[in-house]
Design a protein. Structure first.
Ligand code: SF4
Length: 226
């Protein structure tokens, strides 16, 4: 497998936000979102066997939460799926963060999928694979990263049209962060003001979660490996 980093931190997103978590960040992505904060995963990486990845995970924490992320982790589906099955058998709770563009049928049902639907402002609008909707369960979460009002309206219509609220445990609306953030650990680095987003959600009576990437409020937003 090609791995950018494996590290322990605090989960910053999803309904697991705030919990200690081991992150396995796999190398490479086939999309190019305008606001991507993980461009350092596009190239490089260290070759590791699934056994070595597993050993590093258990060295960092023998139990608890693991997030598989990237880049786009499902580009390494052939090695990743058996690894996820092994980690589940060991009792870990697994999160898989994915762009929503790759097929998700082979992901074990016990994995909590956090599936993006890319909005127009990402530059990758239309990349979502609609067949993935059929793979979603009450364990999963669907996330929209929003840069502006047009993205919000896209997300609102998509969520309503596909009745996402009844398919998954959480629908997350999350403001995009600036590409080159300052060192400020506050919402001045959000492309879309969270307060404005909160007002829109309340005004439209949506049952969605406003997601903030809390690691960017704990550490300086550009810090890697947290
Ligand atoms: S899918 Fe994720 S890693 Fe790939 S470009 Fe978009 S934000 Fe970056």
């Amino acid at each position: 497998m090609l791995v950018t980093e494996i590290y322990r931190s605090i989960q910053g997103e999803s309904s697991f936000a705030g919990l200690p978590c081991t992150f396995v960040r796999l190398t490479a992505c086939n999309l190019r979102c305008t606001w991507c904060d993980s461009e350092y995963t596009f190239t490089g990486g260290k070759k590791m066997s699934p056994d070595e990845v597993e050993q590093e995970i258990s060295r960092l924490a023998p139990s608890g939460l693991i997030e598989i992320t990237g880049g786009e982790p499902m580009l390494q589906e052939r090695e990743l799926v058996p690894l996820m099955e092994r980690l589940l058998r060991q009792g870990y709770t697994l999160l898989l963060e994915t762009s929503g563009e790759r097929p998700l049928e082979r992901v074990p049902r016990e994995v909590h999928k956090i599936v993006d639907v890319k909005c127009p402002g990402s530059g990758e609008g239309g990349s979502f694979r609609e067949a993935n909707l059929e793979t979603l369960t009450a364990r999963d979460e669907v996330k929209f990263v929003l840069a502006d009002r047009a993205d919000y309206e896209f997300a609102r219509e998509f969520a309503l049209r596909h009745k996402l609220e009844s398919r998954v445990c959480d629908v997350i609306f999350s403001p995009a962060f600036l590409k080159d953030p300052t060192v400020a650990r506050d919402s001045s680095n959000c492309q879309l003001d969270p307060r404005l987003l909160a007002e829109w959600i309340l005004e439209d009576k949506l049952n969605v979660r406003l997601g903030l990437q809390i690691h960017k409020f704990i550490w300086e937003p550009a810090t890697k490996g947290v």
